[in-house]
Design a protein around this ligand. Structure first.
Ligand SMILES: NC(=O)c1ccc[n+]([C@@H]2O[C@H](COP(=O)([O-])OP(=O)(O)OC[C@H]3O[C@@H](n4cnc5c(N)ncnc54)[C@H](O)[C@@H]3O)[C@@H](O)[C@H]2O)c1
Length: 381
């Protein structure tokens, strides 16, 4: 099978997620990184490309120059720039006939998110949003179990994603990743909400198949001088009567990447945590808990993407690699005009991104008004 030719926008030396994407894109040998516009600083982009061993002629100081210079020579682009720099390259790449793998949140505003969605629709290209937590095998298993009715009627959906790295004002100390994340012009309307709240909300929705139809949020900016939230707690109401709680924080000392999801129904409960992502705890009411293992005897077909046997840990890198592997299959299938062998419903896309922006705006509006807001109210805000 020919590898897909990938160009990267962002992810230069010193960046966080770009290098992680490069590892993930390589893992299953479905992509070849052949070009890049790695930085807004042409010299830094050049250095980054050289360090990666790319042909210097295919390393660009500007993403527009890359799209022009690489016309016909790329299949897809990966976009790993700060949030406010997703929309323009994504739309230009789609309009140039390229498939797009973009990091979350989709954009820094709902209008930009909707413009990307429109470009996806008119281009007919594949668009994948890297909510990689949704690609953990045991998360996909949880989704399949819930869809099959293993929990009964859903009652409580609890999700939390807590970190501590913004406990101190790193943004005032030259920390690049912190600086843009606390700036509404670059991050968008949500701080921690956009950064990790969108992951938490997407994960709960992905696993349950439900989008919240009302929410009541309480946002704080504990860091002095911050205008965006760095902590948020909220109540959610889901169709069918299930109720949710969501806590996200970047100022919780001792928390690193504590993404946790617990779902309880009328018959059983499921618990999962990203720091132990290979296990799912399943408890039928009145029975002892079962620990379901990635690659173990209880694994369902939906829990695919297992590269090493049960007991050898797989984690964050493999989950993102699975997003890339699934993206490659969707792209190959689209290019060949055949049905993909993966379920497109398992791969986060542009709709997740638009919903993520709506969720952020709803939470911000609810907190400001100190009120529950229905979906109709928050979408109209
Ligand atoms: N999926 C995840 O788990 C995850 C984790 C971290 C970050 N992210 C997302 O990834 C994106 C990047 O975050 P990060 O932490 O890596 O940020 P970062 O600041 O570490 O990296 C951003 C990169 O984009 C480059 N860049 C900026 N403007 C550019 C331009 N005009 N052209 C080309 N390159 C440009 C910067 O030079 C830098 O290399 C954000 O949208 C963030 O929300 C996702």
């Amino acid at each position: 099978m020919d590898k897909l030719r990938l160009g990267m926008i962002g992810g230069g030396e010193g960046a966080f997620i770009g290098p992680v994407h490069r590892i993930a894109a390589r893992l299953d040998r479905r992509f070849d990184l052949v070009a890049g516009a790695f930085s807004s600083d042409p010299e830094r982009s050049r250095q980054s490309g050289a360090a990666l061993g790319l042909d210097p002629a295919r390393v660009y100081g500007d993403w527009r120059a890359m799209l022009a210079g690489e016309a016909g020579a790329l299949d897809a682009v990966a976009i790993v720039t700060p949030n406010h720099l997703h929309a323009a390259p994504a739309i230009a790449a789609l309009d140039a006939g390229l498939h797009v793998i973009c990091d979350k949140p989709l954009a820094a505003s709902l209008s930009h998110a909707e413009a990307i969605a429109a470009a996806v629709a008119r281009s007919g290209r594949v668009f994948v949003l890297t909510h990689q937590y949704a690609a953990y095998p045991m998360i996909r298993q949880a989704r399949a179990m819930i869809a099959s009715g293993a929990l009964g009627a859903l009652r409580m959906i609890r999700v939390e994603y807590a970190q501590d790295w913004l406990t101190r004002p790193l943004e005032n100390e030259g920390h690049k990743q912190a600086a843009w994340r606390v700036d509404p012009a670059q991050a968008g309307p949500g701080g921690a909400l956009g950064d990790i709240g969108t992951h938490a909300y997407q994960l709960a929705s992905f696993v349950t198949g439900l989008k919240a139809d009302a929410l009541c949020a309480d946002l704080q900016s504990f860091g002095a001088g911050r205008v965006l939230d760095d902590n948020a707690q909220m109540l959610l109401a889901y169709p069918g009567g299930a109720r949710g709680t969501l806590w996200i924080s970047q100022v919780a000392p001792g928390k690193t990447n504590g993404l946790q999801l617990s779902i309880y129904g009328s018959d059983a409960g499921l618990e999962w945590g990203q720091e132990h992502p290979n296990q799912l705890r399943f408890t039928r009411f009145g029975e002892p808990a079962q620990i379901l293992e990635r690659g173990g005897p209880s694994a369902m077909a939906q829990a695919y993407g297992v590269r090493v046997p049960a007991g050898h840990p797989e984690g964050y890198l493999e989950a993102l690699a699975q997003i890339y592997a699934d993206a490659a299959e969707l792209i190959d299938a689209r290019n060949a005009g055949r049905a993909p062998s993966v379920d497109p419903g398992l791969v986060p896309g542009v709709e997740d991104g638009v919903e993520g922006l709506r969720f952020v705006l709803g939470a911000v509006a609810s907190s400001k008004r100190r009120a529950w807001l229905s979906r109709a109210e928050w979408v109209a805000e």
